[in-house]
Design a protein around this ligand. Structure first.
Ligand SMILES: *Cc1c(COP(=O)(O)O)cnc(C)c1O
Length: 243
């Protein structure tokens, strides 16, 4: 189970969280200010993979209001104990079609939709559950071979195809850019994402609302905010390095 820490270790993890959380909120505020954006257009999603549920619940008690899990099994293990009443739970990892059934009644948004097959299964099971699932389309912005995401040149067609599915609602885009040694490359990827986001928004397509641009992680969330991110997904700099 997830209850496997000594009391002392637990206390030190909470203290680390408190420090990190304050710092990240400040960094988000600075990045918003630098780019002339309003703080309330930016959501901090806590990426909680490998983080014990007790630590997550502490974070929720301190104000975290949006969580993202990566692995279906881990989400299921934590789900019963997680303080869900005050927190929005989303799925951010790669998702196999045959696992959608475990998530459909548990998360508010699936951020990693990158195939029609996956979208159709989300649609089918959401309809069966009497809900409309919010989804983000994951974009393989760096064109990397071993990464999930729709290729940028197929993006518009993909959005147009899945928006016909009544059990889901396309709410925005998500990306994980390649690791960049040069910040210029990073800015180029983030700016491209913003361009796609704005372009699609401008088309005012039925069943598509571009109101979430999910990009930026621990190492680059400030840059992502400067390029228009409305959601940053932060894990290790919030909870400490993953063991
Ligand atoms: C782990 C993860 C994050 C957070 O990564 P950190 O570098 O720890 O902040 C964000 N998004 C996804 C999809 C992840 O898997």
């Amino acid at each position: 189970g997830w209850i496997c820490m000594t009391e002392k270790l637990f206390d030190s993890r909470l203290a680390t969280f408190d420090e990190n959380y304050q710092r990240i909120l400040e960094q988000i505020a600075w990045a918003a200010e630098r780019s002339g954006r309003s703080l309330d257009e930016i959501t901090l999603l806590a990426a909680t993979k490998t983080v014990p549920v007790e630590v997550i619940n502490y974070g929720i008690s301190k104000g975290l209001c949006c969580l993202g899990e990566n692995r279906v099994q881990e989400l299921l293990d934590k789900y019963g104990v997680l303080d869900k009443t005050r927190c929005d739970l989303q799925f951010i990892g790669q998702l196999q079609t045959n696992k959608v059934k475990y998530l459909v009644d548990k998360v508010s948004c699936i951020q990693s939709v990158d195939s029609v097959k996956l979208a159709k299964e989300i649609d089918r099971l959401s309809q069966k559950n009497g809900k409309i699932m919010k989804v983000l389309v994951e974009v393989n912005i760096g064109g990397e071979e071993n990464k999930g995401g729709v290729a940028p040149d197929a993006l518009l067609e993909f959005v147009d195809e899945i928006r016909a599915l009544p059990g889901l609602h396309v709410q925005g885009l998500m990306a994980i850019p390649p690791i960049c040694s040069d910040k210029k490359d990073l800015f180029r990827y983030f700016s491209l994402m913003e361009q796609y986001y704005v372009d699609i928004k401008g088309k005012s397509m039925d069943n598509v609302d571009m109101d979430c641009l999910s990009m930026g992680m621990s190492s680059d969330f400030a840059e992502a905010i400067e390029c228009g991110a409305t959601m940053v997904r932060v894990g290790s700099s919030l909870f400490g390095a993953r063991g």
